[in-house]
Write a new protein. Structure first.
Length: 136
């Protein structure tokens, strides 16, 4: 069940909460994943997200999620986690990328130049690293 947040009305609210909880619990995995994200690609994708998130309700969720990340992301490149959250806010169907293995998502992100795929690649990489750590 998704917590009562300002973004709880969004289809991907549970996944936004998952990203925030993951960053807080496993910052080292996100630091490692942030090394894979290129600044130029992130900036282009972030601009696309902002263009997609024009609806008033989405903008409210956007700023609420951004405020939430400020308090939780300290040792992590906040741009990487914020990029993942942005993709989940802007594109309802972006959650499909969280189910892809990072190697396949990387190829898809390159071939499609899909901003959501680009922004979610570090999240998928971090989730894979966390899964490895938990199995060890």
């Amino acid at each position: 069940m998704t917590k009562k947040t300002k973004w709880r009305c969004l289809p991907n609210a549970a996944h936004i909460d998952r990203v925030l909880a993951s960053v807080k619990a496993h910052p080292e995995a996100w630091v490692e994943a942030s090394g894979q994200a290129r600044l130029a690609a992130r900036c282009a994708a972030r601009n696309a997200v902002q263009d997609a998130a024009r609806d008033v309700a989405w903008n409210a969720a956007w700023y609420a999620a951004q405020s939430a990340t400020r308090g939780r992301i300290r040792d992590v490149d906040g741009g990487v986690a914020w990029g993942a959250i942005s993709a989940l806010i802007a594109w309802d169907d972006s959650v499909q990328y969280l189910d892809m293995p990072s190697d396949k998502l990387k190829v898809w992100a390159i071939l499609s130049e899909n901003p959501a795929a680009i922004l979610l690649l570090p999240a998928v990489t971090a989730f894979e690293k966390i899964k490895e750590l938990e199995l060890a």
